[in-house]
Write a protein that binds this ligand. Sequence first.
Ligand code: MIG
Length: 952
Amino acid sequence: MLYFILFITLFCILYTSQVKAQTCSVDTFQRNECGYAGITQDECTSKGCCYDSSVGSSSGIPWCYSNGINSEYSLSQLSPTDYGLQGILTISKGQNSIYGEDIKTLKMEFLIENENYFRLKITDPNDARWEVPSQYSDRPTKTHKVNENDIKYTWEINDNPFTIKVIRKSDKAIVFESSPIIAFKDQYLEITSVFSGDMNTYGIGESTRLNHALKTNMMYTLWNIDMPAKMMDFNLYGSHPMYIHHESGSQSSYGVALYNSNGIDVALGDGYLTYKAIGGVIDLYGFLGPSPEEVVQQYTSLIGKPNLVPYWSLGFHNCRWGYEDISHVEQVVKNYSNAKIPLETQWLDIDYMDEYRDFENDPENWSYTDVGKFIDNLHENNQHFVEIIDPGIMVYKGYDAYEQGNAANIWINGMDSNPYLGQVWPGPVYYPDFHNPNTQDYWTNQLANYHKKIPTDGFWIDMNEASNFCNSDGTGQTCMNPDPENCPTGDDATQTDCCLKCTTIDETNKLAFPPYKIGNKQGNGNLGTKNIDMTATHYGNETEYNLHNMYGIGEAIMTYNAMAKITEKRPFLVTRSSFIGSGKFTNKWTGDNAATWNDLYSSIISIMDFSMFGIPMVGADICGFMDDTTEELCARWIEVGAFYPFSRNHNDRPSAAQELYLWDSVTDASKNALGMRYRLLPYLYSLLAEAHWLGSTVARSLWWNFPTDKGTTGIDSQFMWGSSIMISPVLKEGATSVDAYFPSGKVWYRFRLNDDESSDAYKMEVDATEGGKTLTLDTPLTEVNVHIKGGSILTLQDAKMTTAESRDTPFTLVTALCQHGKAHGTLFRDDGINMMDKSDEGTQVNYSAEMISKEGKRKETSTSIVITSEVVSDAYAKDEIKYIIITAVSGLPDASSLNNIHTKLVINKDSKTVLTHQDDCKITALASGALKLEFNGLDFNVNKNWSLEVSY
Ligand code: MIG
């Protein structure tokens, strides 16, 4: 029997290795599609291709494939330039005509653009090719020369075959190493980075996943499309070809980005990452880090740092598709207020439009007078209003947006040079070409005229992939409207059925059907599927093929500029479609999720991805967009969503209502979670402002803040705000507890909405100084676990019904000491409304605290805690500090010995104020053991230098 099993095993090994050995021994990442999804093994092998279904159907890796490209180039004429090196690449091996002819001679530039990042650019010296134009990013048009000693990397270049390796000087880590295989054809570029070690790859989006670290042996496709976010592992609305590598437990990270707007497949193998782009040039940047936070700062310094968001946008937003009329919405706003759930901003979806036309309200249900009054009321209550706008402009005689667009000649054109006709909600539409500089005036005028009637505080820019209800198989080209009377809604047809008749594109057309087919998951995968046809043209005769992924950023830039001009305040935008650099102009929501527990879980991962992509103000639709939510799911969702940087409940038209006040438990959960959010607003705003000024992130993974703690690897169910607040929500149906991981090296304190004397707020939950710990935390339906990392100083205000009211309450400074009795924190404060050129137009403060034990004359030890405020800039003066909380650490006096405490507060060096607990400063001890100091009648504002000594 044993022999028999051995024999069978041996036979299997021999057999499989033999099959593989035939032609098919190629790494999964190198496979080229040879069939189509669903091809049978017989059909595949009869085409002479290899078949292997073991990679599974969700990996995106072809089952039926041919061996990959293996062309190599050799380098010659390497010479220094002002900004680095350049040389000529000549194909030296593996020339082929898979996906088109090889471009045999290339120009290679290695550019030292910055001490912290490099650029590898490979272009065709004989033919100018499409490159992302400079107006879409902060990329310098002229490079500045970096002082040689400042460069933080070295490089090794191999001539034949050409490879390049970039090494970080500080620790010799390899930041980028190319494989010898390079392909450069008109419509196919391939470059691979190789790496070793137990590397986790993060980034490469937009996609919905249940794991933050990308799974290997998968193909990730980047091609913007109107595809519901609920679809796992599909290409979605945005393209961000950027990744960060981090080896579990290591100190070091680095990032790589391919600055390319064409359709891209990213194949991730074990130790390989291959970019396969179907156009443009190889324009690759490597960011040295070494912390992930520094990678993002370096990346955003190149692509554009995030926009400075208005303070009000940090409040809670309510939205839904399917409100019937303005009185319905008025009732919703009232209901929120009656339930005492803070509603900052009410949104309107496309319901308000007259036959779905932008800039025109339905006169019956959404009249200018009624909606105008509604907005006035919101504004009187310090609440805000945001409205949706879609890019497609209805082809409709006499409609101003249409007529003006014609007059200004700013549409995207079809192959026949007439405006490209597509179909979206209004029916037949033309699309403004946001690549055309003349579109700015057109767009600004349209928005300005509309804004006079509907003074919206922000715009929600949807459908900007741009979506098209026609061209569902991607083979349509020039479309016309055969029956204007019945288009869009003829007999039995709905608004979303295509009513245009389109000519069929010639199957030899290389733009619609490029030789390499990226793994676009929409319909049959053609690029034009549900999009504008690839042969359509933009300003300068640039093709949709090249510009497609940039339509959303183009719209964001022009809408941002328009709103900045119209309101003379910080614009507030939220987009669906995004690209490298979008964060400078717009914020983002993650699109059409569904009301499922998996969607709740994956939302945290999506938010962390967009932190990496330079769009920190991001959120998912709370309680789920598609499908009916449940009470439990909605309660758990607001507990997570209250900690999305952008916090909005949004619902699909056919789904059951899900406003937070509809269930008692959800109401309670909302009051608690949003209450904590509102208390933390000064901290959250500081993070978002720092993101704008420094390019840093807001929502972070645990590993991001604790890279050397292996225990944080793979934890996607908890996340942090900055480096101080950790959120550990319930993400499972029926669960009333959470196994939360507390990263190593720190003590962790409870954060609670209620911090009066009886509460356990600020109690030390766990001491993880000796190593990370997992704790099971009781978490009833209406609660969420929020912790403060020891070593933080946080600024809080009171939770109120609006951000404006919260802003009017005095500050509480929470000094959460670390195990060594130290803490620090920062505050950024400004009016939250006006545009700012420089950070010192606001107030910036650095806080620090230290506990010192002193030995007195008679060998008695006394302890003092010194907290200081060091002002960097003091332009904004409004906020007063009223409470200072010092968390319980061992040795702190308890309630019975408060009389032994002496405090001395010195505000500004010259104006000395000395206090004890008897007069201007009252001291109480909280149940948690924390001390709470209350100051009264002092000129104690956040823009002052001060120091407080608490001794006992
Ligand atoms: O074709 O405006 O993702 O949030 O509610 C659907 C209606 C158009 C898609 C957005 C969704 C929005 C919906 N829109």
